[in-house]
Write a protein that binds this ligand. Structure first.
Ligand code: SF4
Length: 350
């Protein structure tokens, strides 16, 4: 989740974020236990069935124990593909944090330079930073329009726009985004009535579109999120001036202050406080937490979110998602009940 695509882009590579596949896991079952999250099992499965043969290198980050296991399994499966493991400091507010963060980005840059067999020029890195920033800014504009009720894009449509940014050439994607944003601004569309919701959670993999569609079909309008395939991915820009490695190190820290992540440790920010504030800004009436089954960082942090939301009387619903099965009908009943509760609360406080 913390890979600086800017560095790979400046190296002349096409960085893409590996996605969970909707396909059932087959051979991957032999490599990782079923208690690994769907994302890691799917990644290993894709490696085993040859889906990643087109890649020259794969970079894993160290944001959870399951990803460590997945990196080893992929390395075993793809002996001819360079598998880089990127170790980032996870303690975010110590006196040495910024220095160590800078070091890790420098090591990554050197590793990429060694791999492509030429230096990554400063000018190229500055140019890549500008393209990535512009891409994030345009995506945030779509988010602002959605929160302001000026576009009627569904949560799935917005997810497609963010997800395509993760896998496409950033320049091509940015050019398409410029057109999309200008169209949306020229032809505003008011969304239908509904309960305003914030969607939270789901690191690494995108929530299944059928779940997002079902939530909206039940009568909700998603007005904000902190999903990785959403605002978490686009929240923070990299400083365009000065030393780019310094700027990337600062960006890495600023991202966690902007949208706190439970895979990082930072005493002076709280994910729950961030969520409550975000909902206030978005004028959201409730929140649905999408938790990928067996996602340990999320499971460990969720009780704090639950406790804070109950203390503040803000309604939320936890939905645990699985790679394999979606019991859509039973989920639908839970979402309908939740939305009814939110609606009645709104009527009482009106
Ligand atoms: S952070 Fe959660 S979803 Fe991501 S790899 Fe780790 S366990 Fe899986």
């Amino acid at each position: 989740m913390n890979f600086p695509g800017e560095l790979a882009h400046a190296a002349g590579a096409l960085p893409m974020i590996l996605q969970e596949s909707p396909a059932p896991i087959t051979f991957g079952h032999g490599m990782l236990m079923p208690s690994y999250c769907g994302y890691t099992r799917s990644i290993v499965d894709q490696a085993m069935i040859g889906e990643f043969k087109f890649l020259d290198a794969i970079m894993f980050g160290d944001h959870c124990v399951q990803l460590l296991g997945a990196a080893d399994a992929v390395r075993m499966q793809l002996p001819d593909t360079r598998v880089i493991f990127f170790q980032l400091i996870s303690s975010m507010c110590d006196p040495w944090t910024l220095g160590r963060s800078r070091e890790s980005f420098l090591i990554l840059k050197q590793e990429l330079e060694e791999f492509i067999d030429r230096p990554i020029e400063d000018a190229a890195l500055h140019a890549s930073v500008r393209i990535f920033n512009r891409n994030r800014q345009l995506l945030r504009k779509i988010y602002d329009l959605r929160t302001a009720g000026k576009i009627a894009m569904t949560a799935t449509q917005i997810q497609h726009v963010v997800k395509s940014s993760m896998v496409m050439d950033k320049g091509d994607h940015t050019a398409l985004l410029e057109q999309l944003v200008s169209q949306l601004e020229r032809h505003p569309e008011v969304p239908g009535p509904g309960i305003r919701l914030h969607l939270s959670g789901h690191f690494c993999q995108a929530p299944k579109p059928e779940i997002l569609d079902m939530i909206e079909e039940c009568g909700a309008i998603v007005v904000g999120d902190d999903l990785y395939h959403g605002f978490r991915y686009i929240s923070t820009d990299v400083d365009e001036g000065g030393d780019s490695i310094d700027a990337l190190a600062k960006w890495y820290l600023a991202r966690n202050t902007g949208v706190p992540c439970p895979t990082r440790v930072q005493n002076n920010v709280d994910w729950d406080a961030y969520l409550l504030k975000a909902m206030e800004v978005e004028k959201a009436d409730g929140m649905i937490v999408l938790m990928a089954k067996f996602c340990e960082p999320h499971m460990y942090y969720y009780p704090e979110v639950k406790e804070a939301f109950e203390r503040h009387g803000v309604p939320h619903l936890l939905i645990e998602t699985e790679h394999e099965a979606v019991a859509l009908e039973s989920l639908k009943t839970r979402v309908e009940t939740f939305l009814e509760i939110v609606k009645r609360r709104l009527e009482v406080t009106a």
